[in-house]
Design a protein around this ligand. Sequence first.
Ligand code: ACO
Length: 331
Amino acid sequence: MARKNKRRIKITGTGFYVPDKVLTNADLEKMVDTSDEWITTRTGIKERRVVSEDQATSDLAVEASRIALQNAGLKVKDIDLIVVATSSPDTIFPSTACWVQKGLGAGYVPAFDLSAGCTGWLYGMIVAEGLILNGAHKRILLVGAEVLTKITNMKDRNTCVLFGDAGAATVLEESHDESGMLSSYWKADGSLGDLLFLPGGGSRIPTTPETIAQNLHYIHMKGNDVFKHAVKRMGEAASEALKSAGITKEDIAYLIPHQANIRIIEATGRRLKVPPEKVYSNIHKYGNVSVASIPISVHELYEEGKLKKGDIILMVAFGAGFTWAAAAYRW
Ligand code: ACO
């Protein structure tokens, strides 16, 4: 359902963290039967970041959160809820959010994970909006973090060229001026879940030596199908969010699509008739970092001085589930 907001939440701090290690297309050429030319033309990706063996999702989340808190001018003790969107948790339980709470030294604030594939951060914005506007929480730390390289089969050229590791954090509070989330739209279609999923390690297919031998502990994806649904659904979500905010594509300063593939990003821009210079992309640097991709993009646009007060951005995502969502936001 699409929603227009009268009272609004706003982002008061952003931050992101990527591991130091860079994995280039040239590196991948040595690992699987692929080429820089194939990866660049089919995906737009030139390089991605990869964690060290001892780094987990919460480690990236904690680093990103410290930066976001600093940019918000807040201390850890000022946060009253931690939500982590992820598909690559440190552990099935406890939640990654609890590991982040420990890592930050955030005291006894409630903490939980949100699972909505690559759409998780936008789902988190909508959940946080409800919690803030109904008075339950004042300052929410919403993190999108993934270590996808540890759940990707690095011998499978169909998937290993796509994904990277990153964490991005945002501090959310009620807005008392014109800025903030203007509208939102979210949907899911569980009937298509097996087009993009991690089959093993859950209660359906618990881990055994056989499931490991069959690589069921890695991402499985029907790339072509994901592609088609992503373009259609991101177009739908973005249009609905614009409509319910009562604005048109001419009003937006930037379209920020989830960074899955440059062809998905460009096709979404074309579908919405947004000129290419207004369609933000950083996929060449990070690959597909799932839930972290939109908050990293917002942070970069702001830090580079490209977002001015009053600018409207349109954020849109699609991911495993399938899930899809969009939000119009006035800076
Ligand atoms: N290097 C070289 N060749 C490759 C590679 C590779 N890394 N990967 C696949 N190929 C080959 C295939 O084997 C196939 O060869 P064949 O014709 O001999 O069988 C050929 O390239 C074409 O394969 P397609 O799958 O048709 O290639 P396509 O143009 O669809 O691109 C891709 C594949 C990049 C995965 C694309 O489908 C895609 O991006 N889909 C979206 C998936 C996605 O973004 N998933 C992320 C998670 S969801 C999300 O974030 C929205």
